[in-house]
Design a protein around this ligand. Structure first.
Ligand SMILES: [Zn+2]
Length: 96
């Protein structure tokens, strides 16, 4: 089994919906291929974190506050990149 074949089967393997012979091939590949071992481990951990985070869903209040905090931060960064004042707007005010 090559690395690309391994990666193709990886999600099925992690989902546990893979057939026994393919599973054996994958596990054999993991014994000697460090790269795929790391990828497999990392993906497995990511899935676990994702599944755990579903159990601990953020309270609506906290979620809203987080979102607005992020939005405020983004707007702040956008403003910092803009020029201090736009000259076209100040001159549009006609004098009497
Ligand atoms: Zn590999």
């Amino acid at each position: 089994m090559t690395c690309s074949e391994f990666l193709q089967e990886l999600t099925d393997y992690l989902d546990g919906i893979i057939d026994a012979p393919t599973r054996a091939e994958l596990e054999e590949h993991l014994t000697w291929c460090r790269d795929c071992f790391v990828i497999c481990n990392t993906t497995q951990m990511t899935i676990q974190i994702y599944r755990n985070s579903e159990l601990y869903e953020l309270p609506e209040d906290l979620r809203t506050r987080l979102r607005s905090a992020i939005l405020t931060k983004c707007k702040h960064q956008e403003k910092a990149e803009e020029p201090a004042s736009s000259p076209s707007e100040s001159s549009s005010n006609s004098q009497t």
